[in-house]
Every structure is written in structure tokens, then in C-alpha cells.
Design a protein around this ligand. Structure first.
Ligand SMILES: [Zn+2]
Length: 149
């Protein structure tokens, strides 16, 4: 997948938003982190949980260093496994020695998934700063009350 290769988003994959909401996997428009809750007794324990960050300019490395990605049920920090884009236009910039910019779009019930669910350390190393800028697109079939499939 071209320019995103070094972001280890060599996999840009797609998933679908579905209605039928579990409290811990709700996706909202914009960017979100996905990981697995490890808190015993949490409703989301052992499941994929989503931390929604909404629209705006996101510096992924900063969010991770500052323990922003948290389980929405128990507020425990989780290890980011991948990054989701929902109902937005996104500009992804990867800063290494050079700068690589990609534009991605997620419309309707499409969820764009960045990154693989392994090798996270490589994905978010200090040598690789990643920013994601998201802006909204019109509501087009997706929207509130959706979970990732
Ligand atoms: Zn939890």
C-alpha cells in the first residue's frame, strides 16, 4: 500500500460499522484506537475495545506516551493494536527522515483500519512520528450507535 508501508500500515484494511452496540466497541466519527482490555471483571475484558478521539489533529506518539488510549468501560490504558478511521477524511503523515503523506477516506459504514494487530512497537517507535488529521464527512448511512464488526 505504497506510502504507508513504513508506517507498518502496509495493511490498510477495511471493516464495517454495524448497529447493535456493545458498550466497549462503539465507534464515533473521526479517529479511534483499538486494543484489548486486560482488566479482569471489566465488561470489555478479553474483547476489542475502542477509544474514540474524534476529529482534529492527532499525534499518535503523544497519545500513546500520555496513556490516552483507555478502555471506555474500566478506563484502563490499553496497548494500541490498530487505528480506526470512521466517517471522515483523513490525512496521515508519517515523519521519518522524510515525510510521507497519505489521504484516506471512510464513508458510510466503511471503517478504515490502519496497522496490523501485531508489531505495535515498530509501528509507534520514536523514529516514526505519525500524525492523523481528520475532518468530518456528511452522515451517510453510518453514524451514531455503531460498533465495529
Ligand atoms: Zn475494560
Amino acid at each position: 500500500m505504497g506510502v504507508l508501508k513504513d508506517f507498518n500500515t502496509s495493511t490498510v484494511s477495511h471493516s464495517k460499522a454495524v448497529s447493535g452496540v456493545s458498550k466497549f466497541s462503539i465507534v464515533q466519527p473521526g479517529m479511534a484506537y483499538r486494543g484489548t482490555c486486560r482488566t479482569r471483571g471489566c465488561e470489555g475484558h478479553g474483547h476489542s475495545v475502542i477509544c474514540n478521539r474524534g476529529h482534529g489533529n492527532h499525534l499518535i506518539n503523544d497519545d500513546i506516551v500520555n496513556d490516552i488510549p483507555k478502555c471506555p468501560c474500566c478506563q484502563a490504558v490499553f496497548t494500541v493494536e490498530d487505528v480506526l478511521l470512521f466517517m471522515c477524511n483523513a490525512k496521515v503523515t508519517v515523519h521519518t527522515q522524510t515525510e510521507e503523506v497519505s489521504s484516506l477516506m471512510a464513508r458510510g459504514d466503511d471503517i478504515v483500519v490502519l496497522g496490523q494487530r501485531t508489531k505495535n512497537e515498530a509501528l509507534f517507535s520514536n523514529q516514526r512520528l505519525v500524525t492523523i488529521d481528520t475532518t468530518g464527512v456528511g452522515r451517510g448511512g453510518g453514524g451514531g450507535g455503531c460498533s465495529i464488526m
